[in-house]
Design a binder for this molecule. Structure first.
Ligand SMILES: Nc1ncnc2c1ncn2[C@@H]1O[C@H](COP(=O)(O)OP(=O)(O)OP(=O)(O)O)[C@@H](O)[C@H]1O
Ligand SMILES: [Mg+2]
Length: 410
C-alpha cells in the first residue's frame, strides 16, 4: 500500500539517506550536457542516457582543451570530427599542427590549405613575418625579438644557450631589420633570415659573427627552407602545417616557427573579433623541447584573452606532468576529452582530477571513441560510434587498410 501512489506511508520506519544512496531510487536523473546555442558542437552520446552531448567550448571559463588516450583510441579522429563540425557550424579559423601528415585529406576536402614544411617542399613560411597587431603593446617588434631569440637559441644550441652579449646583439639587429621594414611596410619588403644574418655580420662584436655563422646553414646552406618569404595562403580559414618530413634537426625549429605563425594569426584575428582554433597533434613532441614547451605554456596562458582556442592531443599524461611549468597546461584545461588510458596514466589521472574508480572504468579498456568528457566541473561518460560508411569517415580514418582503400578510390 505504501508503494502505491496514494501518498500514504504506512511504514513507521524512517531513516536518512546520503545523496548517493538516494540517487539509486531515482534512476532517471542523469547529468546531461546539452547546450542549445548556435555554436554548440557534437561530442558523442551520453553513455548513461544515450542523449546527445552538445557543448560550446567558448562558454567555458577557459576554452583550452586536451584530448588524451592510448594509440588508436581515437584522439586524432575526435579532433578531426570537432574540426569538421566547427568548420561547418562556426565562423572560426582553424589551424592544425600535423606531425603525422594525416589531416590533409580532410583539410583538402574542406577547401583548406595544407602547407608541407620540408626541405624538399616549395611551399615556404617566413619566420620573420610580422603584423602590426602582433603584440598588445604598441611595440610588436619587442615580442618578435623575443621569438627570434628563442629561434637563435635553438640554432646556436649548446648547454648554456645564448650568452648575454649574443642576446644583446641579436636584439639590436632585429630592431634594425624591422625598422627599415616599418618605414615602408610592403609585403615584398618583409625581412627574411638573410637580412638578420647580414645585419649581424655588420656588427663589430665577435659574438655577432658567432651567431651569424651558426645561422649560416639556415640562410645559405642546405637547411635554407626558412629563408624565403611566405608563398602560401596562410590566410585560408583552415590551415594545416604538415611537418612530418622535417628531420630531427629541423623539427624543433619548424615547430617553433609554426607556433609563431599561429600567434601571428591569432593576433590578427582578434583585431577582427574572430576566434582561432589551434590543434596540436602529438603534443608530446612540443613538450620535449624546452623552447617549444615554453611557447606551448604561453599559448595556454595567453590565448584565451586573444580569442584563441587551443587543443592539445597526446598519448601520455606523463608528458604533461614533466615539469611544474608544463603542468600548467594540464591544470588550465577546462575541456578534457579522455579516451582509453594506460594503467600508469589512469592512476595519475585519478589523483590529479579526483575521479572515482567507477568513472575510471569508462577509460579502462574502452573501445575507439569511448571515454570520459570533462567540461568545466561536469564529468560525463560518452560513446561516439561514427558510421564507417560515410565519406567523412573515409577522409578521417588512419587505419592503414582503410587509408589505402580510400586512396585507390581516389
Ligand atoms: N568515434 C569513432 N567511431 C568510429 N571509429 C573510430 C572512432 N574513433 C576512432 N575510430 C577508429 O580508430 C582509428 C584510430 O583512431 P585515431 O587515428 O584517432 O587514433 P589516435 O588515438 O590518434 O592514435 P595515435 O596516438 O596513434 O595517433 C580511426 O582511424 C578510426 O578507424
Ligand atoms: Mg593520432
Amino acid at each position: 500500500m505504501s508503494s502505491l501512489p496514494l501518498a500514504q506511508n504506512l511504514i513507521e520506519i524512517e531513516r536518512g539517506l546520503t545523496t548517493s544512496s538516494t540517487a539509486i531510487f531515482v534512476p532517471f536523473t542523469t547529468q546531461e550536457l546539452f547546450q542549445t546555442g548556435k555554436e554548440a558542437l557534437y561530442y558523442g552520446l551520453n553513455a548513461l542516457s544515450n542523449n546527445l552531448i552538445m557543448v560550446d567550448r567558448k562558454l567555458l571559463k577557459n576554452p583550452n582543451g586536451l584530448i588524451l588516450g592510448t594509440p588508436g583510441s581515437g584522439k586524432s579522429f575526435s579532433a578531426k570530427r570537432e574540426i569538421a563540425n566547427a568548420f561547418l557550424v562556426t565562423d572560426d579559423d582553424i589551424i592544425i599542427s600535423d606531425p603525422e601528415a594525416e589531416y590533409s585529406p580532410l583539410v583538402e576536402r574542406l577547401g583548406g590549405q595544407v602547407i608541407r614544411v620540408s626541405p624538399t617542399s616549395t611551399q615556404y613560411i617566413n619566420p620573420m613575418d610580422i603584423n602590426m597587431n602582433y603584440s598588445e603593446e604598441d611595440n610588436p617588434i619587442a615580442l618578435k625579438a623575443d621569438f627570434i631569440l628563442s629561434l637563435c637559441e635553438l640554432v646556436v644550441g649548446g648547454k648554456e644557450g645564448l650568452q648575454p652579449i649574443e642576446k644583446t646583439v641579436i636584439d639590436r639587429c632585429v630592431h634594425q631589420v624591422y625598422q627599415s621594414y616599418f618605414n615602408d611596410p610592403r609585403p615584398d619588403n618583409m625581412p627574411v633570415l638573410e637580412d638578420l644574418y647580414d645585419e649581424l655580420m655588420k656588427q663589430d662584436e665577435k659574438e655577432a659573427h658567432h651567431v651569424a655563422t651558426a645561422l649560416e646553414i639556415y640562410v645559405k646552406g642546405s637547411l635554407n627552407l626558412f629563408n624565403h618569404r611566405t608563398n602560401v595562403d596562410i590566410d585560408n580559414r583552415l590551415v594545416c602545417y604538415d611537418i612530418k618530413e622535417l628531420g630531427k634537426q629541423l623539427k624543433k625549429i619548424g615547430m617553433l616557427i609554426v607556433q609563431d605563425q599561429v600567434w601571428g594569426r591569432v593576433t590578427a584575428n582578434r583585431e577582427e573579433g574572430k576566434s582561432t582554433r589551434y590543434y596540436m597533434d602529438e603534443m608530446h613532441l612540443l613538450l620535449k623541447e624546452e623552447q617549444t614547451a615554453a611557447y606551448s605554456v604561453e599559448i595556454w596562458k595567453r590565448f584565451r584573452k586573444w580569442g584563441g582556442i587551443p587543443t592539445g592531443i597526446t598519448q601520455n599524461v606523463k608528458d604533461l606532468l614533466a615539469s611544474r611549468e608544463v603542468e600548467n597546461i594540464f591544470e588550465n584545461s577546462d575541456f578534457i576529452y579522455m579516451l582509453n588510458q594506460a594503467v600508469g596514466d589512469r592512476a595519475i589521472l585519478a589523483k590529479q582530477l579526483n575521479i572515482s574508480q567507477h568513472q575510471l572504468s569508462y577509460v579502462t579498456h574502452s573501445g575507439e571513441g569511448e571515454g570520459l568528457l570533462f567540461y568545466g566541473n561536469v564529468i560525463l561518460p560518452f560513446v561516439d560510434r561514427f558510421p564507417t560508411d560515410l565519406e567523412l569517415y573515409r577522409i578521417m580514418t588512419t587505419k592503414p587498410g582503410e587509408v589505402a582503400e580510400a586512396r585507390e578510390a581516389g
